[in-house]
Design a protein around this ligand. Structure first.
Ligand code: FE
Length: 335
């Protein structure tokens, strides 16, 4: 596997002295798959508040996990920050993350959005939901993920590739709710209803709906949020499915402390900071996601989508079902 890593030194000009009780660690190293513009403002804020600087290495989640495996106890990494419980669960399975002791994280991060041993924790919540053309779909026709398998949607559905962990986690949820056979039938229905070959990104799915190639799809809401930010009249909208059953599939962006980190206390203090207060507001706002606490302030675009019932299925369980999800997607012809 070829992988590309990029070291970035986050230099901050307005470093202040560490506040009372802060640790002696002056630098933390983060391995991350997150885009720089989503991460750097948070790191800069923490540097300004607590005097700890950061170095981060960017790469795809799977490549970063492989790097941590090969580096073993010689790694420089203190934290792994990435998206989707599937990725974090996989890192934890490979014993790359350190179980944590933190009353504060236990209080800030809802139980279903973290590992039981706190080896990884969610830091923002993302909803994977149905989006539809405002020109061609009446919301009364929409109801659930399962309903997208109905033949009334033949030739009208767009989906992202089954290779993306987001879809594997969504299917893992269906497996947990319905079991194998019914999930396979739902996925076959989706595949039968496809208007076009699967797309490489959520944004491409939304653009295909706008272009009239299909009428509806399943995406993470922040991708539509980005398009709506540029064009408030963008003719695609959010629908919250399964509101009378298990709720909308939610996942996380999150982090864990690397098992061989030499800066455990400082890394933990940073994670605790991320999980509450101003960091939560920034974290959710930067990517138009949801904060961990449902009552925390939301971005105006996100607020406009209204409240919804979210699934509270354990993301650890969804991590454990990734392999089964891959198999059932393959059997159903969802590639
Ligand atoms: Fe994403």
């Amino acid at each position: 596997m070829r992988s590309f890593f990029l070291w970035s030194l986050v230099a901050s000009l307005n470093v202040v002295h560490a506040e009372g009780g802060a640790t002696k660690t002056k630098q933390l190293v983060i391995y991350t798959s997150r885009a720089e513009y989503l991460l750097k403002p948070l790191l800069d804020r923490y540097t300004a508040r607590h005097g700890v600087k950061f170095r981060y290495m960017k790469g795809k989640a799977a490549a970063l996990v492989q790097k941590l495996i090969s580096e073993g106890k010689n790694t420089q990494a203190d934290l792994l920050m990435t998206v989707d419980a599937g990725n974090l669960w996989f890192a934890a399975q490979n014993k790359l993350l350190r179980p944590l002791k933190s009353k504060q994280l236990e209080a800030s991060v809802p139980q279903h959005l973290r590992a039981a041993d706190l080896s990884w924790v969610g830091l923002s919540v993302r909803a994977r939901t149905i989006v539809y053309s405002t020109e061609r779909v009446k919301t009364q026709a929409l109801s659930s993920y399962e309903d997208l398998a109905d033949k009334k949607w033949r030739g009208k559905l767009c989906l992202r590739t089954a290779k993306k962990v987001y879809n594997r986690s969504l299917v893992a949820m269906l497996l947990e709710v319905h079991g194998v056979k019914p999930t396979e039938a739902i996925l076959k229905g989706w595949v039968n209803n496809l208007a076009a070959p699967v797309f490489p990104s959520d944004t491409k799915v939304i653009e295909a709906i706008k272009a009239g190639q299909c009428d509806l799809g399943i995406v993470n809401t922040y991708y539509l949020g980005r398009l709506l930010k540029k064009d408030p009249a963008y003719p695609v909208r959010i629908f919250w499915p399964n509101q009378s059953s298990y709720g909308v599939h939610v996942n996380i962006s999150g982090a864990g402390i690397v098992r061989h980190s030499k800066n455990y206390q400082a890394a933990l203090a940073f994670l605790e900071w991320l999980s509450q207060g101003e960091a939560q507001r920034m974290f959710a706002d930067l990517n138009l996601e949801y904060p961990l606490a449902s009552k925390a302030a939301r971005n105006a675009i996100v607020q406009g989508w209204g409240d919804f019932k979210a699934s509270n299925l354990s993301l650890s369980r969804i991590g454990a079902l990734q392999k089964d999800a891959i198999k059932v997607m393959d059997r159903a012809g969802y590639r």
